[in-house]
Design a binder for this molecule. Structure first.
Ligand code: FAD
Length: 311
């Protein structure tokens, strides 16, 4: 099982890295190389996203299997209910168990591309909580279960208090920890986490951090997900928006400031949406002195070479 409960209790900083299945074989190879290098940054776990029951969900299972069983990385498999009748859920869970993966991020999922509203498929589940319950009913305590949390509120639920209660229900149904949506307003997150604690959510909650990589990409993501962006961030980006290198550097500085502020407020676990990129995440961890600068890190003798096996 994940050791994050222990890390949480010890109060030491810890972090995790999310990756998504690349579209090409070359992309998969590149991802393995990157995962190998980033493994040396000591993530508590890595996690692989799931895509709406399509072909890339098979790739999720394959990457999880390789990362977990071949390379021994503590891996969390995302699993969504979108287009997933129970038989497909059963197969995905069995594949995960067979390869030694012991952790599932149980999600409802987004609507498939081109569809506005989310709908349950035939013989499928309606909410993430159904999946949490199902996993617990089928597998007992075998899997550690993570669920998604929304510090700015989930877009489908205009009632933020109700959304928070839904989160508590997922935890009560058997979730062990929470990863939040991407956010840039730390104050809002800190207020929300207090509310979580006040209604009795006691499990670890990892804030989701997406280091800004470039101006247009950032704008696309925040407008699609309706993420709140503090004025200070908008003002800082405006004069450098045409300078990709400057935007990246600012993204690193901003993430470092956000993490420092959260750490000073008692948060010690941090989740990176890496977008399959390495540099910003590494520089952030180095700037925080959570890891030594990469030149000084000796290759770990026990760190298996991920290049050894490729899909
Ligand atoms: P739920 O917890 O089911 O909530 C969905 C909505 O329904 C919320 O508005 C909630 O308030 C409401 N609700 C919950 N329970 C009930 C109930 N019993 N009755 C009525 N209303 C209810 N998407 C992917 O497709 N693939 C991924 O790999 C992926 N990874 C993610 C990782 C993280 C950390 C996060 C934060 C999100 C991720 N997503 C992913 C996006 C996620 O699937 C969407 O945000 C989705 O719209 C909601 O998923 P959920 O699990 O939070 O749903």
């Amino acid at each position: 099982k994940l050791k994050i409960q222990k890390a949480q209790e010890e109060g030491r900083p810890y972090w995790s890295f999310e990756y998504f299945p690349p579209k090409t074989n070359q992309g998969v190879q590149n991802l393995y190389d990157r995962m190998e290098r980033m493994y040396r940054l000591g993530p508590e776990f890595i996690d692989i996203t799931w895509n709406a029951g399509g072909t890339s969900s098979q790739l999720t299972s394959e990457i999880v299997s390789t990362a977990q069983s071949v390379y021994g990385l503590e891996t969390v498999m995302h699993l969504t209910c979108t287009n997933m009748p129970k038989e497909k859920i059963d197969k995905a869970l069995k594949d995960a168990k067979d390869c030694g993966c012991q952790n599932i991020l149980a999600l409802r999922g987004d609507p498939p591309r081109g569809q506005v509203n989310w709908e349950a498929c035939e013989n499928g589940f309606s909410h993430a909580i159904d999946l949490v319950r199902y996993i617990r009913a089928q597998y007992g305590d075998y899997f550690g279960i993570c669920v998604a949390g929304y510090c700015e509120g989930h877009v489908d639920n205009p009632d933020k208090e109700d959304d928070l209660r839904r989160l508590k229900e997922k935890v009560d149904a058997g979730a062990d920890f929470i990863i939040t949506q991407v956010f840039y307003d730390v104050d809002l997150f800190l207020v929300w986490i207090k509310k979580c604690r006040a209604i009795g959510i006691t499990c670890p909650i990892l804030p989701g951090l997406l280091p800004i990589q470039n101006y247009n990409g950032f704008n696309r993501i925040v407008s699609l997900s309706k993420t709140i962006v503090p004025k200070s961030v908008i003002d800082a980006l405006e004069p450098i928006k045409h300078d990709d290198a400057a935007v990246k550097e600012y993204g690193i500085k901003l993430a470092v400031e956000m993490i420092r502020k959260m750490y000073d407020s008692g948060i010690n676990g941090f989740h990176f949406y890496t977008m399959n990129l390495e540099r910003s995440t590494r520089l952030i961890l180095e700037a925080l002195q959570f890891v030594a600068p990469v030149e000084k890190v000796k290759p770990l003798p026990w760190c298996p070479s991920l290049s050894a096996k490729r899909i």
